[in-house]
Design a protein around this ligand. Structure first.
Ligand code: OAD
Ligand code: ZN
Length: 240
């Protein structure tokens, strides 16, 4: 393991272009439950039933209760050593981009700058009818949150099950992925599309793939290097 880490560090720090793809596992050590782990969010809440446009239409209060609960949890979370290590990598590597599936804002809080949020951001809310969009950190938000422009219901600015990603954001991510020398994949099960497909696109375009995950993921078979363990323990060693 030690040699693997040494080798990976050498490869990482000598690259001109590094792209990182992160998932819920990177925030696990900050106390934010993952989606599919043993104590993942799924076990307590049926997210497939809550985080959908249909659920919001049927019972906006229930869905907002769920997001207010998550906002409370995330507001208390501190970025961990894995987030901090990615800030160091951004400082060391001239062309660096961090693509995240997380909506918890912890990468920004840690200090990363060039971030692409594929699934939105929990601190932003938007109108269900017009183009109104703003940051709002109140917990809980008064219910019903209404649009100041058109009085329609506001919703979290996140991607729900069955919804498409913002095409501009996805295009931006694909552009980075297609030109990257190295893709570092951290804490994602690589099961949710189209986010996971970015890993295969990187592979097709000749990127060197490195994974940091406490368990094997769907993408493990195509990795050049797989480092098994907690992101908060492994990532700091990679950027010393
Ligand atoms: P998952 O919950 O599917 O996967 C979490 C991954 O993190 C698993 O592979 C774990 O093995 C790994 N993991 C857990 N703790 C870790 C640690 N301390 N260090 C390293 N790895 C660790 O989360 P995602 O892959 O991010 O989408 O899920 C993708 C998407 O599914 C989410 O963005 C969300 C959900 O549906 C939307 O909400 C649209
Ligand atoms: Zn509106």
């Amino acid at each position: 393991m030690y040699n693997e880490i040494e080798k990976t560090r050498e490869i990482l720090l000598n690259t001109k272009k590094l792209t990182v793809l992160s998932g819920a596992g990177i925030s696990a050590e900050s106390g934010i439950p993952t989606f599919r782990g043993a104590d993942g969010l799924w076990q307590k809440y049926n997210v497939t039933q809550l985080a959908t446009p249909e659920a919001f239409k049927k019972d906006p209060k229930l869905v907002w209760d769920f997001y207010n609960w998550r906002r409370g949890l995330i507001s208390k979370a501190k970025c961990n050593l894995a987030h901090k290590a990615l800030v160091k990598l951004e400082q060391k590597i001239s062309d660096f981009c961090l693509i995240t599936q997380n909506i918890d804002d912890l990468h920004r809080k840690a200090g990363n700058k060039n971030i692409i949020e594929l699934h939105g951001n929990i601190w932003w809310i938007r109108c269900t009818k017009c183009d109104f969009l703003k940051e709002d950190r109140r917990i809980p938000l008064p219910f019903p949150p209404l649009c100041p422009k058109c009085q329609s219901l506001l919703r979290p600015h996140v991607v729900w099950f069955g919804e498409a990603l913002d095409p501009d954001i996805l295009a931006l991510a694909i552009k980075e992925i297609k030109t990257t020398e190295i893709l570092l994949v951290v804490g994602t099960s690589a099961t949710v599309q189209p986010a996971a497909s970015l890993i295969w696109i990187a592979k097709e375009n000749g990127a060197f793939l490195i994974e940091v995950n406490s368990e094997p993921s769907e993408a493990t078979p195509i990795m050049d290097i797989s480092l098994r363990g907690k992101a908060g323990e492994i990532l700091p060693q990679l950027c010393e």
